[in-house]
Structure formats: C-alpha cells, structure tokens
Design a protein around this ligand. Structure first.
Ligand SMILES: *[C@@H]1O[C@H](CO)[C@@H](O)[C@H](O)[C@H]1NC(C)=O
Ligand SMILES: [Zn+2]
Length: 997
C-alpha cells in the first residue's frame, strides 16, 4: 500500500528529495514488488524439466548473425548479394518464429539486436503480439542482446558499454523483464578480454559462454574438466562484483559432427520410416549417444550443451526443427531400454541454471584468453592491428560521439532541432554500435564492408555536427556558422588555410580542465592568437613538413602550420581568436642538423649524433634517465609456403616468416623545428616511413607521430611494420597491456598463467592487444606508451617494447574473408598511408599511473575543435563549463547522454586500480546535486552498468571458486542519496531527472 502511495509521486527507484527520503529509508528494506503486469514464465522458470539421474543433453538451436563481415550489415539483413555468401537474416527470423509456433517445446535464442530491431520494426502488430508471447513463454529467448557481439581485443570499454546499453534498452522497452538476457554469449570473438568479463558481470549477466580459446589451453582444460570456470575479472573490484561464470562450448558454436540439419549442410536427415530402405534412426541414435558420452567425460556435471546451429543458419528453420524433434523423440525413447541419456530443447540460461543447481566449486581464473591460437602456427594476433586507419577512425568517432551526447544534454532541446536544422546523436550511436562487431573494428571484414562501416560513422558524424552546431549556438548565444575540420592530422582545413580572421571553439569532453596542442594549416607567416579573456597566446608558425605534404596529396595547400596550446574548461568550451598579421612564407625555422638534445622543464630527450635516432629519455623532475633507442622495422609476412605450416599472414593471423624483422633504415635524415611552443625533430627513414619526435613546452610526455605507408609490395613481400623501443629497463621478460582500455594485465614472454605453454611462434605467440597503453618497468623506471587506437604489440627482448603499426599483405589467411589485407583507396591507389601518435612518459613505477591514466583519458576523449569565420560577435559567450567544478583526477565522466525527455544517463568511473597510486587509488565521493552548473538534478536512480536494470533489483547467481573463500561484499553506506562514493575501478550508472536551470 505504501508503495502505491509513493509511486504516484515519482518514478520508482528514484531517490526523492531528502525529506521524503527519510520516510523511505524506514520502509525500503522490504522487498520492492515489481508491478507485475504479466504472469509470464520466461527466463529460468520456463526451462524444460531435466532428469537428475541421467545425462541431460541441452540442445540449443541458434544462429550466428555477423553484424557485417563478407557482406554489409544491410546486405545480411535483406539477403542481398547471396553470390558472396548465402545469408538473409530477415528470412531467418520469419522462419524461426513460424517454426516455434508449431511446437511449444521448441526453443530458439537470438543474439544480435541490430538485426532483431530491424526485423521488429517491419512486423505487423499482430506478429509483434505473437512474438511477445513467445518471449514471455521463454520459447524465444534473447542472449547477449547488445547491438552486436563485440570484438574483445580491439574495442574500447566505453564503446562496448554503449553498444550493449543500446541493444538491451531496446529489448527492455519492447519486451520488459522477459526480454532481459541472463547470459552473455560471445561464441565467435577471437580471444577473450578480461575487461569484457568484468563488464558482463556488472551488467548483471549470470554467466558467459564462448567458443574460441587457445588449442593448448582447451586440451588442458578438457583433461582437468576445467572448461567451466569462474572468471574473477578484476584485481580491484570486490568479489563477486566482477566474477563471471564462464563456459567453454564443446565444438566452437557448431553442432556435433554429423548433426547439422540446416539447408546449408549435407548431413543425412533422420529417415524414420521403417518401411523404407534407408531407415537410419538406429544409426543416428547410436552416433548421438556416442558423442554425448564422450562430451560428458570432459565436463563436470550430468548436463552438457550442444549448439545446434551456426553462421546465418535457420533460414529454413523447418529443416532443423523437424530433425531435432525426431532426434529428441528417438534418443529419449531409448530410456525405456535402459538408456541414461535425456535430450531436451534448451537455451544457454537453462543449461546455466542446471550448472548452478549442481552447487559445485569451480576453477578460478584471473588472467585472460589472449592470444588465441587454433594451431601451432595459427596465432590470431594480426587483427590487433589490421586496418589501422579504420581503428583510428572508430576511436576518434567515439570521442566525437561522446562530445555530441554531452552537448545534446548541455544545449537543451534546441540541440536536436535548431538554427542549423535537425540533428541527432542516434545515427552515430548506431554506427558506433555496429562498428564494435567482431568483424568491424577488428579489421577482419572484406574491404567493401570496411568501407561501409566508415561510411556509417561519417554519416553519423554529419548528423551530430548539426546537433553540435545547434547546441553551441544555444550555449554561445550567437548563430555563426560552424565549420568542422576533420583532417587536421594531415594539415587540411580549407577555412584556416585561407581565412584572415577566424575563431576556434575548443570543446573539452573531460570532466577536468585540459591543455591540448593545436596545429592549424595556414598560409600566412605570422598570426595573433588570443584567448577568451583577450590575452594573447604564444603561437608560432612553422612550415608544413614534406611528409605531411606527401600524405595529404592534393587535399590541401597550406604551406605553414600555426601551433599553440589551448586550455579548455571541464565539460565545456573556450574560444580562441586568430588573426593574420603577415602574409607569405615564414622565417626559415628549420635546421637540417639534428640537435643532440631537446628538452623542456620536465623531459630531456637525446639523439644519437651518428644515426639521428632517439638515444635516451630523462624525467628531469624525478631525475630518471633511461637509454631509449627507437626505430622502425618490418616483418616479412609468411606467404604460406613453409615447411611447418601452410598458414599465411592475413587479416586475422600474424605469421612472420622469420623472427628477425628487417630494419627500414639504420639512420634517419632529419629536420628540426625549435620554437617557444614546441620542439620537433622530423625524421625521415624511407619514402614510406617518417616520424616527428615532438616535445611541447608544457608537456610531461613525448610525442612520436609516425607516418607509415604506402607499404611497398613491388618485391612481392607482404609487410608488417613495427616500431620498437629498446631501453635499458630490466624487464625480466615481462610487460603490461591494458584490457579494453581499463585494467592492466601483466604479460610474460613465452608464458601463460594457467597452462604450460609450448611456444611455437616466438613473435606472433608473444603478441597481445594494446588498447590504449602498454608499459615496461623495473624497480626504478617505468616507460609507458599511450596509443591513439588499438594495436598489437609484444616485448620480445628484455627492455624492449614493439608495437605493430601497419600491415599490407598479399595472401588471404583462410579464415573466410577470402581477400588479402591490401588496403587502397581512391586517394591512395598505391596503398593506404596511416598516421598516428604514441605518447611516451617516464616515471617511477609507484606514480606512473598518475601520469598515464589521465593521458590515456585525454587521448580517448579529445577536445573537439570547431571554427567560425570572421570576427567574433561581441555578444558571444566565449567560455562555458557544464560543471560546477572539475572532478578529482581519479574520476572520469564516462557517459552523459540524453535518455528521454526529462532524464539523462550519467556514468561516473573511478579510473585507477587499487594498487596503482598512493594518491589516486582512494575512494572518492561526488555530490550529484552539485555536479552540473546548468542542470538541476531533481531525482536520481541507480542502474546496472548497461542501464537495463535497476541496481536494487539486480541479483545474480552465486558461484563458489575452488581456490579461495568468497569475501563478503561490504556494503558502504553513503552519506546521502546525492553523494555517491566511487571505489577504485568502479563505474556507477545513474538515471538523473533533470531540468535546465
Ligand atoms: C524497462 O522498460 C520499461 C518500459 O517497458 C520501463 O518502464 C522501465 O523503466 C525500463 N527499465 C529500465 C531499467 O530502464
Ligand atoms: Zn562472427
């Protein structure tokens, strides 16, 4: 009764103002009843009964529908281009629904919401009702349920959380609680990241199933019956917050051999008319029982699972179901003859429930499942780097999307519909969600599909640009046309190249102030730059390098770059005005002699006078110096013509022909630019490799801006280009990489924490995904490299760290793509040129995270620059911050996005691991009502990580690890509902009811 009283006053779960809260706090300890609209028996309640004294075989009918791979996502949906691959998702869903209705025992799971959503939109309301009924009865069950099944090596956690949120939100809004998946289903990704498991746990999943792991790891696990385990996916979050039960499927995600009844298969159907000559029921039953019993030997319980389906199967679901009905019937009929095998239609969650009921303890795993090898010479470590331009485009798109989301909130409703037309963030959200698929950002799709992902991102960004322009018009108070320059990295921006007077709006999506270097293509030789206070800013004009002119080709004509540092307020913008003082070429600022030293007040960098290569790096504050040699090399990609194995290097697989890479040049030609803003040494190694070593005056990190391509292939050799840093750090064969941009894992050469590795590929078998940073260290020194996209890398020699930058290959690696990874485009018919940055910092190990966490954060979410031509309107609001104050350095504002008309979704994240920093690995408390400067927060409710469940309703299965006692999760009482405490590595998700002040 009490609840209905209050529920009229505000949305449930929401913490009201303090007065009301006092009343609530006395009552809230009662379980809060769900407003039970339906007496549905979905989920665990809808599982078929099993037989306790038998071996229960759970048949899971499923289809694996890639959100783009050999065909684009749209082609897959409609079944277009069946000449490339026969696959049409719309027909699969049509056919499955039809077949489910024919027999209530049948089950089906569906995974990829990107497809389901399209199909749903096209159904009649009658059909929608029918499907709802199937879902409510647990006959059609969603598993995973994100927009796609994300790649695990090359995705950043921020984009993964967003794509999961989008898919799960659709399922909740369409189907309510019965649409909420209980199981994460990552059957195809090529190796598994610990951070993914941690996220799935925090999204409320009860378990995870996958299909691919290293073949040696699988052998060992089969022997020890450890194919089902408990993954403790964080070294910082208090268990069981990041504990996830994990099951490895018996046969990838395919049916057992001989039992594929899809139209795409050719296994014999069940022929059960005894009057006919080809009656085969006895044979089928016998083969099935044999497979079941051998499978049962490598799993722990009297339940086993079989995945009855595969890529794009069930287009004619009748074939599958007709035979499965018979299989179940005939196998179970043997029970009267004493058979102890019971077969049933099932789902991953029904199978998981039985494992949970078994009440066993499970092996505990704390590392991850990288790298993945399916054979001694087949290491899937090439895709960590494949399509480096797409990987960067995806990463910068995430940054732009987050800025777009934030500005949609901060600019109010006029952002979506305003002076510059109608804009939206939704188009880009979908494009980003699709790009997380395990054949998208991973680089393992066909070229035309990669182009489609990029086109979708570009299209999304255009819609966002309208929104951003509207929002900035609202916030600045003036409506000047805003110009976007997306090619500043190659010194192209038509406005700045020709304008005599323009202004730059710098929007900072981080919740702390940021200092950021800006370099604008110009044709004048002297400029005045002033900040929002009218103060003039130190700026310099330097000539555009030859390397940059080579990359931009005919796209721009600036002869100079105007460089200066900007400082932008938290979650807000500032404005810089630029005016031309003098035309013509600049004073010749370049020198052809390499200085032996460049330095600022924090760092000193020396070069070898003979080779012009880097030779040492010092941190002047901590008085540390390391030897640091850096150069570029290439591995000769195997062409498959090899005694050990015919495996070539390709989009997925990295297989160098030799463990010794070729050096591109022992020496560099150089040119030096030294100004008061920055000093840079431009190194030229070959027509296809150059680099700028750049040190900004106020910077604690050293920038290495590399430019690689077009990789020459006229020698008929595929090339995999790396840069290698060789240092005096005593690494004892260890190095460290981040998992999806979050927690850091230790890696050791030729070693895996959970099995005895027989190393068969000394380079490829030591490569790991580097998502946003990697480091090497000893007791004294830590060298951290922050990357601007996902890349692969390893530490092959002591003291050394190598990162793969670009690949151009001449052979397909026989994993389905059927194309060599040989990227060209209209501007680069001779092969793609790729440019990127590595940021190096040298610190004491005990404080290194204080530097590289914020550094990585500002590379992931970088300032968004927009330009207006001409002088500034005097009424312009030149500066704005959406926050009342900057957040402490430990806290990252991960998400701020409009949720519905009156509410926004907010995620706050503690970005330090517990052991990383004396200073920052401490709990931090944030007051939500004192967060925003222009929003009143009227109500707050907390959600799970994927925002599809209220935090207070989140219950998960409990699992017992074999090796330790389960620590109790300590409940922290927070001082008030508005004050939330973040402990190391916690992400907390809130729905805020807000109004603009
Ligand atoms: C789930 O969707 C329903 C509407 O179907 C909505 O009322 C509810 O708030 C949603 N739950 C969450 C956690 O967003
Ligand atoms: Zn797949």
């Amino acid at each position: 009764m009490i609840f209905s009283l209050f529920s009229n006053m505000a949305a449930r779960h929401e913490c009201l103002s303090v007065g009301l809260l006092l009343i609530f706090s006395g009552v809230l300890s009662f379980p809060v009843g769900q407003d039970t609209k339906q007496s549905a028996t979905c989920g665990y309640e809808s599982c078929h009964a099993t037989k306790p004294n038998m071996l229960n075989v759970h048949l899971v009918p499923h289809t694996h529908d890639d959100v783009g791979w050999l065909k684009t996502v749209d082609q897959y949906y409609y079944g277009d281009r069946n000449d490339i691959q026969h696959a049409g998702v719309q027909y699969i869903l049509d056919s499955v629904v039809d077949q489910l209705l024919k027999n209530p025992d049948r089950r089906f799971i569906y995974v990829e919401t990107a497809f389901f959503y399209r199909w749903w939109k096209q159904q009649s309301s009658g059909m929608q009702q029918t499907v709802k009924q199937l879902v409510n009865e647990g006959r059609l069950e969603f598993v995973n349920g994100g927009w796609c099944m994300s790649d695990e090596a090359t995705t950043h956690y921020s984009a993964v959380i967003d794509q999961m949120t989008m898919g799960l939100r659709f399922l909740n809004e369409t189907f309510g609680p019965c649409g909420r998946p209980r199981v994460a289903w990552h059957i195809d990704p090529f190796g598994h990241a610990r951070e993914h498991a941690s996220m799935f746990a925090q999204m409320g999943y009860d378990g995870l199933f996958f299909g691919r792991l290293d073949y040696q790891d699988r052998d060992r696990r089969m022997k020890d019956k450890e194919q089902e385990l408990l993954w403790r996916a964080s070294d910082t979050l208090t268990p069981p917050m990041a504990d996830l039960f994990t099951g490895i499927l018996p046969n990838g995600y395919n049916p057992p051999e001989g039992f594929c009844w899809d139209q795409s298969c050719s296994d014999p159907p069940i022929r059960d008319d005894p009057d006919l000559e080809d009656y085969n029921v006895d044979d089928v039953v016998k083969r099935f029982l044999a497979i079941a019993s051998s499978q049962a030997k490598v799993y722990k319980t009297n339940h086993i699972i079989m995945t009855m389906g595969s890529d794009f199967q069930y287009e004619n679901a009748n074939l599958w179901y007709k035979n499965l009905d018979k299989l179940i019937h005939y196998v179970n009929a043997q029970q009267t003859n004493g058979s102890r095998v019971n077969v049933l239609y099932s789902t991953p969650s029904c199978y998981l429930q039985e494992l949970h009921r078994a009440n066993l303890s499970w092996a505990l795993k704390t590392d991850d499942f990288f790298p993945y090898a399916d054979n001694a010479h087949h290491f899937w470590t090439g895709y960590f780097t494949s399509r480096p331009a797409l990987k960067r485009y995806e990463r910068i798109s995430n940054s732009n999307l987050q800025a777009c989301n934030q500005l949609e909130v901060l600019g109010g409703p006029g952002s979506r519909r305003g002076l510059f037309g109608e804009g939206d963030s939704q188009t880009m959200k979908k494009a980003m969600a699709v790009a997380q698929h395990h054949d998208a950002v991973s680089g393992t799709e066909k070229q035309h599909v990669a182009n489609d992902y990029a086109r979708k991102l570009a299209n999304g960004w255009q819609r966002c640009q309208v929104l951003v322009s509207n929002s900035l018009a609202a916030l600045t108070g003036v409506s000047a046309e805003r110009i976007y320059c997306d090619n500043l990295n190659i010194s192209v921006c038509p406005l700045t190249e020709s304008s005599k007077k323009f202004s730059v709006n710098v929007y900072n999506p981080l919740a702390r102030p940021v200092t950021w270097p800006v370099s604008l293509p110009v044709n004048g030789s002297a400029y005045t730059v002033s900040d929002a206070q009218g103060k003039s800013v130190d700026c310099q004009v330097v000539p555009v390098s030859q390397a940059t002119q080579n990359v931009r080709r005919s796209q721009g004509f600036a002869i100079n770059e105007l460089v200066f540092q900007v400082q932008a307020p938290p979650l807000g913008y500032t404005t810089y005005s630029v005016s031309l003082r003098q035309d013509g070429p600049p004073p010749a600022a370049t020198h052809h002699r390499t200085p032996t030293v460049i330095q600022n007040k924090f760092l000193k960098v020396t070069f070898d006078p003979d080779t012009n290569l880097l030779s040492s790096l010092s941190n002047l504050e901590t008085k540390q110096t390391i030897k640091l040699a850096q150069n570029f090399y290439w591995y000769n990609a195997s062409d498959g013509n090899n005694v050990d194995s015919k495996q070539p290097s390709g989009a997925y697989i990295f297989r160098p022909n030799s463990s010794t890479p070729f050096i591109i040049s022992r020496t560099a030609k150089t040119e030096t630019v030294q100004t008061s803003v920055m000093q840079e040494v431009r190194q030229w190694f070959a027509p296809w490799v150059s680099q700028v070593v750049r040190l900004y005056t106020d910077s604690r990190d050293l920038e290495l801006e590399w430019t690689v391509g077009p990789l020459p292939i006229d020698d008929n050799l595929g090339k995999e280009v790396i840069t290698r840093l060789d240092t005096s750090i005593k690494t004892s064969e260890m190095f460290y990489t981040d998992s999806n941009g979050r927690e850091v894992l230790q890696r050791k050469k030729d070693f895996r924490p959970t099995w005895h590795l027989k190393q068969s590929e000394p380079i490829a078998g030591n490569y790991y995904p580097i998502n946003s940073r990697a480091f090497i260290k000893d007791d004294e020194d830590q060298l951290t490299v922050v990357t601007d996209r996902s890349q692969g890398g390893g530490s092959i020699q002591n003291g050394s760290l190598e990162i793969m930058l670009h690949r151009r290959l001449l052979y397909d690696d026989v994993r389905g793509v059927a194309e060599p990874l040989n990227e060209t485009s209209s501007i680069f018919p001779d092969g793609l040129v790729v440019r990127g940055r590595l940021l190096l910092s040298l610190d004491r190990p005990s404080t290194a995270a204080d530097t590289h966490r914020p550094l990585a954060e500002q590379v992931v979410l970088q300032p968004l620059l927009t330009f207006t031509d001409g002088g500034l309107n005097p009424n312009t609001q030149l500066e704005f911050s959406g926050l009342q104050a900057a957040l402490p350095p430990a806290v990252h504002l991960l998400t701020l996005t409009q949720w519905d008309k009156d509410s926004v979704l907010l995620r706050l994240e503690h970005q330090f691991q517990s052991w990383e920093s004396k200073l920052n690995s401490q709990p931090v408390t944030i007051n939500l009502q004192k967060l925003f400067s222009t929003l009143d927060v009227l109500g707050v409710s907390e959600l799970n990580l994927s925002a599809n469940q209220w935090k207070d309703e989140m219950t998960r299965f409990d699992w017992t690890p074999q090796t330790d006692q389960k620590p109790l999760l300590k409940m922290v009482r927070e001082p008030s509902v508005w004050e939330v405490t973040l402990r190391p590595m916690e992400i907390r998700t809130f729905l805020l009811r807000v109004s603009l002040k």
